[in-house]
Design a binder for this molecule. Structure first.
Ligand code: KG4
Ligand code: ZN
Length: 386
């Protein structure tokens, strides 16, 4: 069957069309067309995503992106302008920014009515899990992973950090999650402290890589919050605050002014308003050191918790999904787990499927479709759980 998927949960307007076949034990997907319109440049000046602006941009971009994907996939007959062959429309209904989600849902409903096609809702995080199903984000590639169960999924994105135990595609249980900031959010906030543009993940990762290549000496070791807790939960807010205090100390030393107030709210505000001037005092070397130490700390926490879950649940597969899997070192470290656990197969999405896209939504939508109970209603839910 041919499925059109729509994703507008955050700052990417994305549409994909795939051909899907098979049941939960043997899946096959062929990508027919895909486009992602990123709003990063628009949100950059606010240092993060601005919801009403995101909604406006989705509204503006959806028809343009649709046209592009319909043409690319050959679904639209060039002469008659008729749409033929779409069997199902799927759309992200949560979690995410509700005004942004509604634009996608309303657009999907209108298309459904116009084409006489069924529309079902998809959970964005299930999309991140399904993102590993297509090994190459290339048109006409039929390559689907046949994942063995039980599986463990570590989801690391801008809004979520969670560990999921999966008996099969349809039976999932969250075993742990972040108690405060998500990993991607921590990357973005630390980047802001270092005066780096949004989204901060790729920027921090570039600096950290430079630090490793140049062997920048490490003066500071940041904490690994909750690394020894006997559960599968995470916490990244304390780590972020340690980075903040370390920067404050460096700046104070630089200024030779030791009586800076140590009130955190004041400091956060100060970091925002007064940053350009103060942060310019951090040298490139200091920024690299902070980026590397922060990244090391995050990776150590993620690996440690995941390994404990591997030892307890003995999964046959580990799926690592979400925008933060675009991180080079994270990919490397998690793939290395296959050497340490020879019975484990590790799946990480191809890089263009790591960050938000609609291809992963179409695949998750197909999985919902073949298990009717999982079809979600067409109502935006910003906090939708897995
Ligand atoms: O999954 P995603 O595209 O959107 C959400 O569902 O949240 O994830 C976006 C997050 C951002 O926080 C971004 O900074 C982070 O993924 N990210 C990275 C990298 N590329 C994107 N974090 C670390 N290293 C990267 N290379
Ligand atoms: Zn996402």
């Amino acid at each position: 069957m041919i499925i059109l998927g729509i994703e507008t949960s955050c700052d990417e307007t994305a549409i994909s069309i795939i051909e899907a076949e098979g049941n939960k034990n043997s899946l096959s997907f062929r990508l027919l067309g895909s486009a992602v319109n990123s709003q990063i440049e628009i949100h950059k000046k606010y240092g993060g995503v601005f919801p009403t602006l995101a909604k406006r941009e989705h509204d503006k971009n959806l028809p343009i992106v649709l046209e592009e994907v319909l043409n690319e996939s050959g679904i639209k007959n060039r002469e008659s302008n008729k749409i033929k062959g779409i069997d199902l429309i799927v759309v992200t209904v949560g979690p995410g920014l509700e005004p942004a989600l509604w634009t996608g849902i309303n657009f999907a409903k209108e298309l459904g009515k116009k084409w006489g096609v069924k529309v079902i809702g998809v959970n964005h995080m299930e999309g991140h899990i399904a993102s590993v199903l297509l090994t190459q984000n290339q048109k006409s590639e039929v390559r689907s992973q046949n994942i063995k169960f039980p599986a463990l999924a570590l989801l690391i994105s801008g809004g979520h950090t969670e560990l999921i135990f999966m008996k099969d595609w349809h039976n999932k249980k969250k075993i742990g999650e972040t108690q405060d900031d998500a990993v991607g959010e921590a990357f973005d906030k630390v980047a802001r402290m270092l005066d780096l543009p949004y989204p901060g993940g790729p920027e921090i990762s570039k600096l950290a890589e430079k630090a490793r290549k140049e062997r920048v000496a490490q003066e500071k070791k940041f904490p690994r919050p909750m690394i020894h807790s006997k559960d599968y939960n995470f916490s990244f807010s304390g780590l972020k605050t340690s980075v903040l205090y370390y920067i404050k100390d460096l700046i104070a030393k630089e200024k030779d002014n030791t009586d800076l107030p140590s009130n955190q709210i004041f400091l956060e505000k100060k970091m925002k308003n007064d940053t350009k001037k103060d942060l310019s005092k951090l040298s490139e070397k200091q920024k690299k050191e902070i980026a590397k130490e922060f990244e090391d700390s995050v990776i150590e926490i993620l690996l440690s918790k995941t390994e404990r879950a591997i030892q307890e649940f003995s999964p046959k597969s580990l799926i690592v999904g979400g925008g933060v899997t675009a991180n080079k070192l994270i990919r490397e470290k998690f793939l290395n787990l296959e050497t340490k656990y020879p019975d484990l197969k590790v799946y990480i999405p191809e890089k263009s499927l790591s960050t938000d896209n609609a291809t992963m939504i179409t695949m998750a939508g197909y999985l919902n479709y073949i298990n009717k109970e999982r079809e979600l209603e067409l109502v935006a839910n910003g906090n939708l759980d897995i």
